[in-house]
Design a protein around this ligand. Structure first.
Ligand SMILES: *Cc1c(COP(=O)(O)O)cnc(C)c1O
Length: 457
């Protein structure tokens, strides 16, 4: 039988892992996983881990969920793939019908790609191209929010604002106009999330006033800026952003790649503000975390601006080789069927409560500045000094110590810097949530104990 040691040796001689300083693996090798079931992952030595981050936010209903597995298997016997230009197939038609039905009313057309970054780029290209088709080729810029994240390919990276991923490549990227994030954690002392959202919305309005003539779209992550340390904001901001975009003739692109499909407590985050974006980007959980697939939904009005005689050259001539892959669509259909049939979003309300209750004590921890939660996303901000929210120097990598402790206790809690978060599959039970909270607390205790404390202790 293959051992962990052998797997690691083979891995490290040929692989280059994503978002990783490979030298770190000299002291902390990657963990080969042999199987998954529900919230659990099992390695080659039989050690088990709770997947508290849904394997980078993709898994919705647990690993190897049997209905999704079966749907892929059935589809595999029928048709694995076919070109989607000039051809069609049942899984992609059914998925499109479902997405149009369950997303905010008025989104009526689905365009597909195979990852979130590609979906973001499609929405940007479509928005620019819409204005060009409408006689406004001067609307060439994008507006975004500070601390936002929209993916890693050049266009998507340019749309985001996380310095760690972006700064190195700045010379390759077009600069968007950046409005300040409504992130509630960045408010003044005593300022409520709603007050900050209103203040930021005023600032957005002023920026749009100044730049709308050159801006095609505002792109944002509704309610939670996930890769930006799980910073959260009040839905009021989305309502105000929608109004401002309408007033200034700018599209609103809602990037729900991370927050869609129930993460924020509702099926889509936009629902909590009662808004309909002009473009909705979906990915990650769309297939339950089984296969790569992303979608961009848009309004009939946008679609109509491209609909013309071929000779007028207004068509959206964009494609990816695997656009609308039938296996991925079958997985997505099965995922949406389970969400609906088993009333998963309703059932999650209890899990949301358990997550809040299990982490209540952490709110008083001397090195925790904030425990925030939006639906099924809960984040713990670890700091040096909670009185002034002073962070630890990033070079100390305290979050990494929490990560390592958690792994030793059977929890996959990969942090974002010093922010520890739970974003688990929707099959996690109360006991598993309690384990995550206990292990996170222990990890934070260990990681924040400085040398002086250790001597005393
Ligand atoms: C992950 C993510 C993306 C990029 O998706 P990929 O599939 O990783 O390319 C885009 N936007 C948001 C909000 C994300 O969290």
């Amino acid at each position: 039988m293959t051992t962990t040691e052998e797997m690691v040796r083979r891995d490290l001689s040929v692989l280059w892992h994503p978002c990783t300083q490979m030298k770190d693996h000299e002291s902390w090798p990657p963990i080969p996983i042999r199987s998954g079931s529900g919230v659990w992952l099992e390695d080659f030595d039989g050690r088990r881990y709770i997947d508290a981050i849904s394997s980078w936010w993709v898994n919705l209903l647990g690993h190897c969920q049997p209905d999704i597995s079966a749907a892929i298997r059935d589809q595999l016997e029928q048709l694995e793939h076919v070109i989607l230009a000039g051809f069609s197939h049942e899984p992609v038609v059914r998925l499109s019908e479902q997405l149009v039905r369950i997303t905010p009313a008025g989104l009526s057309r689905c365009f597909y790609a195979d990852n979130g970054s590609a979906a973001v780029e499609i929405a940007i290209k479509m928005s620019f191209h819409y204005w060009r088709n409408q006689g406004h080729p001067e609307k060439t810029r994008l507006m975004n929010l500070s601390n936002s994240y929209h993916g890693e390919t050049l266009g998507a990276l340019a749309a985001g604002d996380v310095a760690l991923y972006k700064d190195t490549y700045a010379p390759l990227l077009r600069q968007p106009v950046t409005a300040p994030s409504p992130d509630a954690f960045s408010g003044e002392p005593g300022e409520t999330a709603a007050e900050l959202a209103a203040r930021r919305a005023d600032e957005l309005d002023a920026l749009l006033e100044e730049h709308a003539h050159e801006v095609c779209a505002l792109i944002l992550e509704p309610l939670v800026q996930c890769a930006g340390s799980m910073r959260m904001y009040h839905p009021l901001y989305l309502r105000r952003a929608r109004e401002a975009c309408d007033r200034h003739g700018v599209h609103l692109i809602a990037d729900e790649i991370a927050v869609g499909f129930g993460r924020t407590g509702t099926l889509f985050a936009c629902e909590q503000a009662g808004i309909r974006p002009d473009f909705l980007c979906l990915g990650k959980g769309l297939t339950g975390g089984f296969l790569p697939l992303s979608a961009v939904l848009c309004t009939e009005e946008i679609y109509a601006a491209f609909y013309d005689d071929y000779q007028n050259l207004r068509a959206f001539l964009h494609s990816h080789s695997y656009t609308g892959n039938p296996l991925a669509c079958a997985a997505a259909n099965a995922t949406l069927d389970v969400l609906e049939r088993e009333r998963v979003i309703e059932a999650n309300q209890e899990r949301i409560r358990w997550m809040g209750e299990a982490t209540r004590e952490l709110r008083d921890h001397p090195h925790v500045a904030d425990v925030r939660q939006t639906g099924m996303i809960l984040a713990i901000e670890m700091v040096r000094d909670r009185s002034n929210r002073e962070p630890y120097p990033w070079t100390e990598r305290r979050g990494q110590q929490v990560y390592r402790h958690a792994l030793s206790q059977g929890c996959l809690l990969r942090p974002l810097g010093d922010v520890i978060y739970f974003m688990p599959p929707y099959v996690i039970n109360r006991e598993e949530i309690a384990t995550l909270a206990r292990v996170a607390g222990e990890g934070i205790d260990l990681a924040t104990r400085d040398r002086g404390d250790r001597r005393r202790g």
